[in-house]
Design a binder for this molecule. Structure first.
Ligand SMILES: Cc1cc2nc3c(=O)[nH]c(=O)nc-3n(C[C@H](O)[C@H](O)[C@H](O)COP(=O)(O)OP(=O)(O)OC[C@H]3O[C@@H](n4cnc5c(N)ncnc54)[C@H](O)[C@@H]3O)c2cc1C
Length: 390
């Protein structure tokens, strides 16, 4: 980590150094070539898996490292600070938590050790649909019980990494909305083994996006899922998904902090070496100030991520902090991205500098996995007590 962007020591120096050493084997050229082809970084994901980093949060009893969320956040932050993109594999870190918290003893025993060893990949999370979007409770995919199976019909959109995963965690409606006792009842979570279904009762189509993200849309046509693959209780799936969202937000926020560090390092180095009018451009306050502001914002975001992780580890009661970490970190990375392009002038647009790639990649976090507006309305309603807006 460079002097310009490093935060305070968080006691995770060894993990950070290990991830940095791994990422050094996957330089800008690697990510650039994949970006051009919209190809999946299989070698990078395999290296992270082999080094045990993707199993950071899996308890030791199931073959993982049993590390706290601050360690997982440090891993993903370092991937992004090195110019890489954890979006290729970050989901397994937090989706796995749903099995851990709500799965049966048999499900944990069957799946977690195989996820830890890399024998199985759980990278796909099917929640969003074309017509429901942020309004998850309106989703239309149904799961109908028939004997020892559930029959799934419907469509998901933006199911990322589905083509590079063996399993998918799928949210579907088991009780019609009008018959559910509570607004949040009636959705259920299933662990779908995609290896058995693809091409028959499940069709996956890639969706090309502005950055390399391996996202897809999926159609389910009478997909049969064994009843034993239901996670927890039928009808409680929405609650289980919500309980995993804080971890997701903290980890994505850490990626944004990593992105911001990368942009600040790049801009600082370039501002020192680019000479115009007989002096480095970084001698001009008009160039210095946006870099300094990006640094201050990054440090504030870093503190918020660490506070969210600390509270998550202490009590798990972390909704406001996890949301604020995601909000502030996504804003910090987006500001830093824009600043970095501006500092580089025309070169900021040149593919070989990687800036335009990282710029496109970090833009996503204003929208996914939760959009900025939805975080603001959460804070307004649940922290400030303002009236519910939707
Ligand atoms: C590249 C990519 C990868 C993704 N990966 C996954 C994945 O793996 N699994 C998955 O399930 N989903 C995934 N998503 C979906 C993502 O979580 C959604 O895009 C996101 O939650 C927003 O939903 P939406 O796109 O339908 O936007 P909409 O819900 O249609 O919202 C559109 C806009 O309106 C605003 N808005 C909506 N309602 C309100 C309101 N009440 N008040 C104020 N503003 C509002 C939103 O903030 C947003 O800016 C991915 C999306 C992308 C783009």
């Amino acid at each position: 980590m460079s002097k310009t962007s490093s935060g305070q020591d968080d006691g995770l120096a060894d993990i950070r150094a290990g991830v940095r050493a791994l990422c050094a084997k996957f330089p800008g050229e690697y990510w650039r070539a994949l970006d051009r082809e919209r190809a999946y970084p299989s070698e990078f994901v395999a290296a992270l898996t082999e080094a045990g980093y993707l199993a950071a949060l899996i308890p030791e009893d199931y073959g993982g490292s049993g590390l706290p969320i601050s360690a997982a956040a440090a891993i993903l932050e370092e991937v992004h600070a090195a110019g890489g993109n954890g979006a290729a594999c970050h989901a397994q870190m937090y989706i796995m938590g749903t099995i851990l918290r709500h799965g049966s003893a048999a499900q944990k025993q069957d799946y977690l050790p195989k996820l830890a060893s890399g024998e199985l990949r759980l990278q796909a999370f099917g929640v969003t649909e074309p017509t429901s979007g942020t309004d998850t409770l309106s989703l239309r995919t149904t799961a109908r019980k028939q004997g020892n199976h559930y029959i799934i019909n419907g469509q998901k959109l933006w199911t990322s990494r589905a083509e590079h995963s063996d399993l998918m965690l799928l949210l579907a409606r088991t009780t019609p909305r009008e018959q559910a006792k509570k607004r949040t009842d009636g959705l259920s979570l299933f662990l779908v083994d995609m290896r058995l279904a693809q091409g028959t009762s499940m069709t996956i189509t890639p969706v090309r996006t502005m950055m390399n993200h391996s996202t897809t849309q999926i159609f389910f046509d009478d997909l049969r899922v064994p009843a034993e693959n239901l996670i927890g209780e039928e009808g409680q799936g929405f609650r289980y998904v919500l309980s995993g969202m804080n971890a997701e937000r903290i980890l994505i926020a850490a990626e944004c902090v990593g992105d911001a560090k990368w942009f600040i390092d790049k801009a600082t180095a370039y501002a020192k070496e680019r000479v115009l009018f007989d002096r480095p451009i970084g001698q001009n306050q008009g160039v210095q100030f946006p870099i300094a502001r990006a640094y201050a914002q990054m440090r504030a975001a870093e503190l918020m991520v660490r506070e969210a992780a600390r509270r998550y580890e202490a009590s798990g009661d972390v909704g406001p902090e996890a949301n604020m970490a995601k909000l502030i970190a996504a804003d910090a990375s987006w500001f830093a991205a824009d600043m970095c392009v501006q500092t580089h002038g025309g070169f900021g647009f040149a593919e070989e500098y990687d800036i335009e790639r990282k710029f496109r990649e970090t833009r996503l976090y204003q929208v996914a996995p939760i959009s900025t507006n939805l975080i603001l309305s959460y804070l307004a309603e649940h922290v400030l007590g303002l009236p519910r807006s939707y």
